[in-house]
Design a protein around this ligand. Structure first.
Ligand code: 5GP
Length: 187
């Protein structure tokens, strides 16, 4: 259950405070869309959104892109009700599109350990795309356990759990327009 009290919310009994407001996110998403529109001019890239967390970022990003583009989705196993990664990646939904010789941009909500993105890049590379790049809204560099290279990054953030703007806590909180960070004091 989510209860909103000004700039904080309580989800599953834990308090989160606003960390990035919707205007700040929107400005950054526009910047990334501008960069993609420049870098892929004359091409028709295909965005591969990673469900479920990336759906809001992807929708906003695509609406600001000014070149022809396509979209498809894949889904990996989530953290379930935990806030800590199990370190294991499992594919729950495959892409439907044929990406051979296509310009592919993987769109993720957040790169934490990097294990998911590492797996995705290896997996998609097997389909022999013309190019493969990444657009991620959030990156936690201090949590990184891989050397995955990220091409478009919205924000580099502290190694703390966040919800909102598509990101959940045990499936709750995705609808929140701002991004919230766990407040360890809980006050
Ligand atoms: P990684 O494989 O990089 O450790 O984790 C990637 C996935 O873990 C993300 O797509 C996201 O679903 C989830 N995740 C990582 N950190 C957070 C976080 O702070 N909040 C939420 N809601 N999900 C996270």
């Amino acid at each position: 259950m989510v209860s909103e009290e000004g700039r904080s919310v309580v989800i599953n009994g834990e308090r989160f405070r606003v960390y990035l407001d919707r205007e700040t996110i929107e400005r950054r998403v526009r910047d990334i869309a501008d960069a993609i529109s420049r870098d892929y001019e004359g091409k028709t890239p295909i965005f591969i959104g990673v469900l479920n967390g990336a759906f809001i970022f992807l929708a906003d990003l695509m609406r600001h892109v000014r070149i022809d583009c396509e979209v498809d989705f894949l889904k990996l196993s989530s953290y379930g009700a935990e806030r800590i990664t199990s370190g294991k990646v499992r594919e729950l939904k495959r892409i439907d599109a044929d990406i051979e010789n296509r310009h592919v941009i993987v769109v993720e909500d957040i790169v934490d350990t990097g294990l998911s993105m590492d797996w995705i890049m290896d997996h998609l590379a097997e389909h022999r795309p013309a190019s493969l790049s990444t657009a991620v809204l959030l990156h936690k560099p201090d949590a990184s356990r891989t050397k995955v290279s990220l091409d478009y990054v919205g924000f580099r953030i502290e190694n703390k759990f966040v919800v909102g703007y598509g990101l959940d806590y045990a499936q709750v909180g995705r609808h929140l327009p701002d991004l919230y960070m766990l407040d360890p004091s809980g006050q």
